[in-house]
Design a protein around this ligand. Structure first.
Ligand code: GLN
Ligand code: ZN
Length: 762
C-alpha cells in the first residue's frame, strides 16, 4: 500500500489565529500560559485535520512559535552574545528578542528561505559552543501520540543546511562547527529511536544548490554518523524547491529514504532517476503535489508520473508527498465566497492538497476504475478554468505575442537621452527626490476603511486623497526637493492596487501565507490574461502636477514585482505572464505621458526574488525580466525620464542586468549595506542615473546631516557626480509625519553641502 506524506503544514491557521495569538502575546494581552495553550490548540487542530483526512505520515515539529530555523538555533542554544543568554531552554523573551529586537539588542538578520517569500532568522554562530537545550522533535512526537494517537514523523532541519544558512563563522571553521553540532543531532536521533519513532524527516534543501567536494564529504560524514548512531530509525533525507545536484552521491548515503521534488525539480530529478536508477534498499519520497502553488493538481498526469516512477522504484517503496512543506500556501479554499466558480473549483490550498495526496496514494495501488469519478471531476474543474473567458483573451494574447518578438528599447541611447532630458528639466546637480510613498497615517487608513465600507462615496474619498496630495506637494516644495511625488495615499499595497485595476487578477478573502514571523501576506492571484482596462494612476498624478511647477514623478509597480508577489497561473510560462503585465503597464506609462507627466518611476523591488536557484537558469530569467521592464518603458519620448527603484542589497551579482534595464535613473536601497554596494561599483561603475539611498527608512531615527554627507561622499568616489541623485532608500509610508519632514530637511541640507563642494568640479 502506497503511503502519503506531508512535509509540513501551515502554522497560521485558517483565520490567522496563530498570528493573532503571537501579536496578543507580544502586546501583553495574552499571558504566557494562555499563549502556550492557544498555540497548542492550534497545533493539535492542524494535526487532527491531517489525521482525519487520512494522511499516513504526518509531520510533527513543523510547527513553530516564529520560525523553524530560529527554533533549531534555539534548540542548540545558539543565541547571539548580545542577548546575554545563560543556558537552559531559551526563554520566550529571548527567543522573540532575537527575532524582533529588544530595547538593548538588535534583532538577528532575516533573509529569504531559498526562492520563496518566506523569511527565516539567520543563526549567528558567534562563539559559544552549542548545547542541546531541549529535544523539540521528541516533545512534538510525544504530544501528537499522547493527545491524538498520531504516530508522527518528526521534522528536523539537517546539519548541512543549518550550517550553510548560518553566519558568523568563516569557511575554515565549518568542520569545527559541524563537529560541535553532530553530537547534538545524534542525541536527538537516539532519543527519538528509543522512543520508538519510525520515520524522521531531515530537511536538506541545500542539496538542490551546487555543493563542492568538501560539502559532499561533510554530507557523507553526517549521514554515516546518523546511521551508525541510530540504526533503527528510518531517515528520510528530504530535499525540495529544485532538483538535487550530485544525485549519485545523495542516493549512495546510508539513509532509508530520499525525498525529491517532482514539481519544481521535475525534469532534473526525473532525468537523474532514469539515468542512474534508484537503490533497492531505499524509499523514494515522490514530491508530486505542488507545495507552493495554489492550483489543483492534474491528478491524471500525477498518476501517470507516479506510474513512471513505479517502473524504477517498486510501488511499495514509494511515498506520495507534497513537493515541500505546505507552509507556502494558504490553509483552505472552503471559506472563499467571492471567487468566480471556475476559479474556486480549480484551486487547492493546504487542506485540499491533503485530499489530493491521500487520493493519489490510494489510486496508484487501486484499479483505475475505482477513482475514475474523482479524476473526472478534477479534469472538469481544470478544463472549465482553461476554457474561461479570462484565459482566452485573444486580443491580449495576439498583441503580447507581437511585441514579444521585438527587442524593446528606447529610441536613443542613454547618453543622448540624458542630454535631451537635462535640457528639458534643468535639474540642479545632485537632484533630490523620494521613492514614492509618504506616511500612511491612521487618518489615511481610516479614510480608506470608510470608503471601502461604503460610508464614504467615491467623491468624498477622492477629495480626501486630493487634500493629502495638497499637503505633501506643499511640504515637498518647502523642504526643497527637486522631483516631487504625489505620495501614494490611495494605495494600500503596491501590488494589490494595480491588481485590483487590471483584468486577470483575483483576490481571496482568507488566502494568507506567512512571510516572516507574524507577518502574513495575501498575494493576489493572476489567473487570467492580464489586461489594461483604464488608467490607474493618472488622475492623482495629474492632479499633483497641477499643484506645482516642479516635475511630479508618476509611480507604477513593475511587471516582475507584480508577478513575483502574486500567485500565478501555471498553464503559461512566467515569462509570458511578465510580458502580459508589461504590455498592460506600458499602456499606463503612455497614459501618464499623454497626461503631461514627464518622469515615470516603475518600481522593481522584487526582481531579485524571482532569481532561480540554479545558477544555470539565472541568466535566462534575468534576460526576460530585463526585457519586460524595457517593454514597459520603451515607448516614451526621449525627454521623458524613466526611473526605477529596487530594495535590498544583493545587487552586486546582477548589476549588468540592472544596467540593461536602461532606466534613466535608478534609486537603490543601500543604507544598510552601503559599503558592499559601493564596493561593487568600484569593480564595475554604473553608467546611468543613480541615487543610492542616503538614509535608512526602516528606522524612526532622524539621520543627521553629517551621516548623509559621508554617505554621499563615499558614493561620489565611485559614481559620476553628473549622474548622481540623492534620496532616502525606500518609500516612506511606514514612517511618521514629523520624522519624515525632519529627515528630508536634513537630506536636503546634506545635498546643499555636497553641491557647494562639487559644483565647481562638474
Ligand atoms: N514606490 C514605493 C513606495 O515608495 C516603493 C516601495 C518599495 O520599494 N517596496 O512605497
Ligand atoms: Zn524600496
Amino acid at each position: 500500500m502506497v503511503k502519503s506524506s506531508v512535509l509540513g503544514y501551515p502554522r497560521i491557521g485558517a483565520d490567522r489565529e496563530w498570528k493573532k495569538a503571537l501579536e496578543a502575546f507580544w502586546s501583553g494581552k495574552l499571558e504566557e500560559s494562555e499563549f502556550h495553550s492557544k498555540l497548542k490548540e492550534i497545533r493539535l487542530n492542524h494535526l487532527r485535520k491531517q489525521k482525519e483526512k487520512g494522511v499516513d505520515l504526518i509531520s510533527v515539529n513543523d510547527f513553530s512559535y516564529y520560525d523553524h530555523i530560529l527554533d533549531t538555533a534555539a534548540m542548540f542554544g545558539i543565541i547571539p552574545k548580545r542577548f546575554s543568554y545563560e543556558g537552559g531552554v531559551v526563554p520566550l523573551p529571548t527567543y522573540y528578542g532575537i527575532a524582533r529586537g529588544t530595547k538593548d539588542a538588535t534583532a538577528s538578520e532575516m533573509t529569504k528561505w531559498f526562492n520563496t517569500n518566506y523569511h527565516y532568522i539567520v543563526p549567528e554562530l558567534d562563539g559559544a559552543a552549542p548545547v542541546l537545550t531541549e529535544n523539540k522533535p521528541l516533545e512534538a512526537y510525544r504530544e501528537a501520540k499522547q493527545e491524538l494517537g498520531i504516530e508522527g514523523k518528526p521534522v528536523i532541519v539537517g546539519p548541512l543546511t543549518f550550517l550553510k544558512l548560518s553566519k558568523g563563522y568563516s569557511a575554515s571553521e565549518t568542520d569545527a562547527w559541524l563537529a560541535r553540532l553532530l553530537p547534538l543531532y545524534v542525541q536527538i536521533l537516539q532519543e527519538l529511536a528509543s522512543e520508538g519513532v519510525q520515520w524522521v524527516q531531515i530537511d536538506e534543501p541545500i542539496l538542490v544548490t551546487k555543493l563542492n567536494d568538501a560539502d559532499l564529504q561533510r554530507l557523507k560524514t553526517i549521514y554515516e554518523t546518523f546511521a551508525a548512531a541510530a540504526p533503527s530509525l528510518n531517515i528520510m533525507l528530504q530535499t525540495y524547491f529544485e532538483s538535487v545536484e550530485s544525485y549519485s552521491d545523495i542516493i549512495a548515503l546510508p539513509v532509508n529514504g530520499v525525498g525529491l521534488d517532482f514539481v519544481h525539480g521535475l525534469s532534473g530529478n526525473l532525468a537523474s532517476i532514469k539515468a542512474v536508477g534508484f537503490p533497492a534498499d531505499k524509499v523514494l519520497g515522490a514530491g508530486v503535489i505542488d507545495g507552493r502553488g495554489i492550483w489543483k493538481a492534474p491528478l491524471r498526469e500525477k498518476l501517470a508520473l507516479l506510474e513512471e516512477l513505479a517502473e524504477i522504484v517498486p510501488a511499495d517503496r514509494l511515498i506520495v508527498q507534497s513537493s515541500c512543506s505546505l507552509l507556502h500556501v494558504p490553509v483552505t479554499v472552503t471559506n472563499e465566497s467571492k471567487l468566480l466558480p471556475e476559479l474556486k473549483n480549480a484551486l487547492a490550498f493546504a487542506d485540499e492538497k491533503l485530499d489530493e495526496l491521500v487520493l493519489l496514494a490510494k489510486a496508484i495501488s487501486a484499479s483505475g476504475a475505482e477513482f475514475e469519478d474523482a479524476l473526472e471531476k478534477c479534469d472538469t474543474a481544470l478544463q472549465a478554468l482553461k476554457q474561461s473567458g479570462e484565459r482566452n483573451r485573444n486580443d491580449i494574447q495576439q498583441a503580447v505575442a507581437a511585441i514579444s518578438v521585438l527587442n524593446p528599447g528606447r529610441s536613443l541611447p542613454f547618453a543622448e537621452r540624458h542630454i535631451a532630458q537635462q535640457k528639458k528639466w534643468q535639474l540642479p546637480i545632485f537632484p533630490t527626490t523620494t521613492i514614492g510613498s509618504f506616511p500612511q497615517s491612521a487618518e489615511v487608513r481610516k479614510a480608506r476603511q470608510q470608503w471601502r465600507k461604503g460610508e464614504w462615496n467615491n467623491e468624498q474619498y477622492a477629495n480626501f486623497i486630493r487634500e493629502q496630495i495638497d499637503i505633501w506637494i506643499k511640504l515637498q516644495e518647502e523642504i526643497g526637493l527637486d522631483v516631487l511625488v504625489h505620495g501614494e495615499f490611495e494605495r494600500t499595497d503596491m501590488v494589490e492596487f494595480f491588481g485590483e485595476k487590471l483584468a486577470g487578477f483575483a483576490f481571496t478573502q482568507y488566502g494568507w501565507v506567512q512571510s516572516y514571523g507574524s507577518r502574513c501576506v495575501k498575494p493576489p492571484i493572476i489567473f487570467g490574461d492580464v489586461a489594461f482596462e483604464e488608467a490607474m494612476t493618472v488622475e492623482e498624478t495629474k492632479y499633483a502636477q497641477t499643484k506645482t511647477e516642479r516635475p511630479v514623478k508618476g509611480m507604477l509597480t513593475g511587471p516582475i514585482t507584480i508577478m513575483n508577489w502574486s500567485f500565478v497561473r501555471d498553464d503559461i510560462t512566467r515569462e509570458q505572464i511578465a510580458y502580459q503585465l508589461a504590455y498592460a503597464l506600458r499602456q499606463e506609462v503612455e497614459a501618464l505621458e499623454q497626461a503631461g507627466i514627464g518622469m515615470i518611476q516603475v518600481d522593481e523591488p522584487a526582481v531579485r526574488e524571482g532569481l532561480p536557484l540554479k545558477e544555470e537558469d539565472q541568466a535566462e530569467y534575468l534576460a526576460w525580466a530585463v526585457k519586460a521592464f524595457r517593454m514597459t518603458t520603451c515607448t516614451v519620448q526621449d525627454t521623458t525620464q524613466i526611473h526605477t527603484h529596487m530594495c535590498y542589497c544583493e545587487f552586486h551579482d546582477m548589476i549588468d542586468s540592472i544596467e540593461a534595464m536602461d532606466a534613466d535613473v535608478i534609486s537603490i536601497e543601500t543604507s544598510r549595506s552601503h559599503g558592499e554596494l559601493i564596493h561593487s561599483f568600484e569593480l564595475n561603475t554604473y553608467k546611468l542615473g543613480i541615487g543610492l539611498g542616503v538614509y535608512d527608512i526602516h528606522s524612526p531615527r532622524i539621520p543627521r546631516v553629517e551621516e548623509m554627507t559621508s554617505m554621499i561622499e563615499r558614493a561620489l568616489r565611485v559614481l559620476d557626480p553628473k549622474l548622481f541623485w540623492i534620496n532616502p532608500d525606500c518609500g516612506l509610508k511606514t514612517r511618521g509625519y514629523e520624522e519624515t519632514i525632519d529627515s528630508l530637511r536634513n537630506m536636503v541640507e546634506a545635498t546643499e553641502i555636497a553641491r557647494a563642494k562639487h559644483s565647481l568640479q562638474v
